[in-house]
Design a protein around this ligand. Structure first.
Ligand SMILES: [Zn+2]
Length: 127
């Protein structure tokens, strides 16, 4: 018989994953609101004031790049969490991709999108 987590465990993990997903989604909403507001400000901005505001523009651009960078890492996490949800539905969640043993609950609670057990993760990082 293949190793896997029992239904009640999967249910618990599903809650954890969904909660993380909600956190990221609300983060993303904040970021896009912020970026949108800045674009609107620039669109309605007075071009004659441009040179006076060079420093501000640079800061704005920096902020935006930073926000977008953050958003893309959030998007990656979101993708991983969706993938975890899929594996929960399939019942393969919590099984190490490499050695096929069960990933500990402690690890899964901390990193619900983990696909490798600690041993395999460490082996991978050493390479
Ligand atoms: Zn493993």
């Amino acid at each position: 018989m293949k190793k896997k987590y029992a239904k009640p465990d999967l249910k618990e993990f599903k809650k954890i994953v969904q909660k993380k997903k909600e956190e990221i989604l609300s983060d993303l909403e904040h970021i896009s609101d912020d970026t949108l507001r800045k674009s609107q400000k620039e669109a309605s901005g007075d071009i004659s004031g441009y040179t006076y505001h060079m420093a501000d523009v640079a800061t704005d651009n920096y902020d935006r790049e930073f926000s977008l960078g953050l958003a893309s890492s959030d998007r990656k996490s979101l993708y991983e969490l969706n993938d975890a949800l899929k594996r929960i539905e399939e019942g393969t969640f919590g099984v190490c991709d490499d050695c096929k043993s069960l990933i500990t609950k402690v690890r899964l609670r901390a990193v619900p999108s983990a696909r490798l057990c600690i041993k395999c993760q460490q082996k991978k990082e050493k390479k």
